[in-house]
Ligand binder design. Structure first.
Ligand code: HEC
Length: 220
């Protein structure tokens, strides 16, 4: 009899132990002894945490002023309103068919709403009467010979009722859009198109080296 009692008591205690283990979740999360804890628990400050080392108390830092993201073009350092400098401003970048198609896609996303996907200034926003200022008709004689640099300034800083698109389009994308506009203009009485790059894959070694060199200079 005594033996049975102690078995019951023992199993009750064991049961309680099990229950308390499962109920107290924190016990599961305590790993006990841990090997090389600084591999599990980083000593470095995590992003978005408080940090006493900086005046603003934040761990996340902005890039150093003037930093250029990898793969991006160097910024120009001209100022808004320097119309003469921008008039003469241009790029070494040259675009193949796929990039011109990308320029068209970007134009239709960001510019077509006002300038029209046909570049005729009759985009849906203006045509609806909701936007009072007439967007430039890029097929009009007034704009057909506008220099690429002047267009660049309009994208970067905006122009009167048109807002800036500097934060939507990086430097290469701005030139892609301009190249697309210039392509369409060249087919509508504008200047000869000069932003095109050859699509032909350069097979012989000599040609490949030349092509690489061209791309390199184009990047800077
Ligand atoms: C919200 C409407 C709107 C959008 C979107 C817009 N524009 Fe414009 N844009 C205008 C208006 C309005 C003008 C005429 C400004 C003036 O001359 O007063 C203009 C003028 C221009 C000019 C002529 C600049 C000059 O110096 O006369 C160019 C080039 C141009 N836009 C390109 C673009 C490109 C490229 C985009 C897309 C990245 C774009 N625009 C997006 C409304 C817009």
């Amino acid at each position: 009899m005594n033996k049975t009692k102690s078995i019951v008591v023992a199993s009750l205690i064991a049961g309680l132990g099990l229950v308390s283990c499962t109920e107290n979740g924190s016990k599961h999360r305590n790993p006990g002894k841990i090997y090389a804890p600084d591999m599990t628990y980083s000593r470095a400050y995590d992003a978005y945490t408080a940090n006493p080392n900086f005046a603003d108390g934040q761990s996340s830092r902005l890039p150093v002023s003037g930093a250029v993201a990898m793969g991006h073009e160097l910024p120009d350092h001209m100022v808004e309103g320097d119309t003469n400098a921008y008039k003469a401003f241009t790029t070494n970048l040259r675009f193949n068919e796929a990039e011109l198609a990308e320029g068209k896609r970007l134009f239709n996303i960001y510019c077509g709403i006002c300038h029209g996907n046909n570049l005729d200034g009759q985009g849906p926003l203006y045509a609806s009467g909701k936007f009072a200022a007439m967007p430039a008709n890029l097929k009009d004689a007034k704009y057909l010979h506008m220099t690429p640099g002047t267009m660049y300034a309009a994208i970067k800083f905006g122009k009167n009722a048109m807002g800036a698109y500097a934060s939507q389009l990086d430097v290469k994308q701005r030139w892609m859009v301009i190249a697309y506009i210039k392509k369409v203009q060249s087919e509508n009485g504008g200047d000869a198109f000069t932003f095109g790059a050859s699509n032909t894959p350069a097979a012989p070694a000599a040609d490949t080296a030349k092509a690489v060199a061209t791309t390199e200079t184009a990047k800077h």
